[in-house]
Design a protein around this ligand. Structure first.
Ligand code: FAD
Length: 476
């Protein structure tokens, strides 16, 4: 009697505990992926849909090498599982746990219903280093602040070493008819806005392992300093692979072990601390699901957002007149990804300079990021807004010109994504609106025509935002 292995955000064979258990059970395995209704799991963003298409192809490829194939089905999880159980006679369903509120709620319901029908259900960890309920404060409550959470994570001992992918698998001969991946229409049609994604990304676990290998070999040394400079591409770029579980955090953690002769400890620790930020975001979302859509700090409920649609449109299209903001937003559109430093800058600009509700920015990121992640995205937006758990205070408002000059001193990042400013010297590349006319002319820039004038004056926008914040505080 077969066992159904239900793949979700764990599209890998490596370090896959549910797969390992299914393999050890000796039963033939039916590998299954279900496209669940958006109303149940939240809509899949367009960029991540592109990724998912290629990731499912890659997973199917790995299973075919082992004489199997991935069964694709769409519909409500319980109904799909029920139909396959009836058809195949499967007596067990195994999966790796998910921790986002909607996914976790579905899993509880499905396991309850299946167990009522005497189907064995087993769930496993692996999406995180530690179960979100494992690390708790001395008084048994969830953490709300990162630093003590990190200390607890460090103190929890080394995570379990990752499991190797089984070389052979006993896969059930597919009785069940699989849907065709093409029929899910996950890829963009015309225009193909994802045409440049392939320059940067190889979805699937092979691509993930290659990103990890090259990062550990070439970029981990010096990570702590270089990670803040967007032109350097000095980070791991593992986020989209983690978002769909093509690689486990335990595998990444393990790859940073035993390197202290070659790589400074400060770099290793700093990188591990970023992985721990992901753990922390999930810890928060798991214990406080309202983080996804409500201000953590309800003082912000009374904040008078401006929500100007023209400003929002200029921000989305990278036409704000602030080069570092525009470069970030265009990188996001072009590659489905944006450097972390620039994410903070564009988010601060949206929330504070334009006074647009962080939830509109979060939704745009969810639709355009290949690494869109329910925990990291919401927690990070709330962090920048100042409304989050362990957040940056609202009054810390990034100056987009100074940020650009500090983290992209030569303007290389700006020029890579805002070609209109290609010939402008480093001195003015982050503030073309202050450049002498002759210099703009020589660089072929006409403000308001070839490149926008700033849509707001930063200094006045800053004062406006602080006044609105103080008014909210007064009202609270
Ligand atoms: P690296 O520097 O190589 O870090 C390694 C891993 O650590 C990342 O892949 C990620 O899983 C984790 N990590 C790094 N920084 C953070 C962080 N600040 N918070 C939580 N985890 C982190 N990350 C997402 O994965 N999905 C999102 O939807 C997302 N939305 C964001 C929105 C905003 C407004 C901001 C400011 C940040 C957001 N981040 C998000 C966090 C961070 O920007 C990305 O994880 C990081 O840029 C991914 O690049 P990397 O893999 O090269 O990172």
């Amino acid at each position: 009697k077969p066992v159904i292995l239900w793949f979700r955000k764990d599209l890998r064979l490596d370090d896959n505990q549910a797969l390992k258990a299914a393999d050890l059970s000796g039963r033939p395995i039916i590998p299954l992926y279900i496209k669940e209704p958006a109303a149940h799991t939240g809509a899949l963003g367009a960029a991540q849909a592109w990724w998912l298409h290629h990731s499912l192809e890659a997973l199917d490829g790995s299973l075919r090498k082992r004489q199997g194939r991935l069964v694709l089905a769409s519909g409500e999880a319980l109904e799909v599982l029920g139909a396959i159980i009836r058809e195949s006679g499967a007596e067990a369903v195994f999966w790796n746990r998910r921790y986002d509120p909607s996914g976790a709620a579905i899993d509880i319901r499905v396991s309850h219903e299946l167990e009522n029908q005497a189907i064995e259900v087993r769930s496993f960890g692996g999406q995180l280093l530690h179960e979100p309920s494992r690390l708790l404060t001395g008084s048994g409550t969830p953490y709300r602040v990162y630093t003590p959470f990190w200390r607890a994570l460090e103190g929890a001992g080394e995570p379990e070493p990752p499991l190797e992918a089984p070389a052979k698998l006993r896969l059930a001969s597919p009785l069940t008819k699989s849907e065709r991946l093409e029929s899910w229409k996950l890829l963009p049609r015309k225009p193909d806005w994802a045409r440049d994604f392939g320059d940067l990304w190889t979805p699937g676990e092979q691509g993930a392992r290659e990103k990890l290998r090259s990062f550990v070999e070439d970029r981990l040394d010096g990570y702590k300093e270089a990670r803040d400079y967007p032109a350097k591409l000095a980070t791991s770029m593992l986020s989209p692979h983690l978002a769909l579980g093509e690689i486990s955090p335990a595998r990444i953690w393990d790859a940073t072990r035993g390197l202290s002769k070659r790589v400074p400890t400060a770099d290793i620790v700093h990188f591990r601390k970023e992985i721990a930020w992901r753990e922390f975001s999930y810890h928060l979302l798991f214990h406080f699901p309202r983080l996804a859509s409500d201000n953590w700090n309800d003082r912000f409920d009374g904040f008078e957002w401006r929500n100007d649609d023209d400003d929002f449109e200029a921000w989305r299209r990278g036409l704000t007149g602030y080069p570092i903001v525009d470069a970030g937003m265009r990188q996001l559109w072009r590659h489905g990804w944006m450097h972390n430093r620039v994410r903070m800058i564009v988010a601060s600009f949206l929330i504070k300079d334009l006074m647009i509700d962080w939830r509109r920015g979060e939704a745009w990121f969810r639709d355009t990021l290949v690494d869109a992640d329910p925990a990291n995205n919401a927690a990070s937006w709330q962090w920048v807004a100042g409304s989050g758990a362990d957040a940056s205070p609202f009054f810390r408002i990034f100056n987009p010109v100074l940020q650009g000059q500090t983290f992209d001193p030569e303007g290389c990042y700006v020029k890579a994504h805002v070609p209109e400013l290609q010939d402008l010297g480093a001195k003015y590349v982050h503030r073309p609106f202050e450049a002498p006319k002759s210099m703009l002319e020589a660089a072929g820039v006409t403000l308001g025509q070839t490149y926008p004038k700033p849509i707001v004056d930063h200094a006045s926008a800053r004062n406006r935002a602080l006044a609105a914040y103080n008014a909210t505080r007064g009202a609270a």
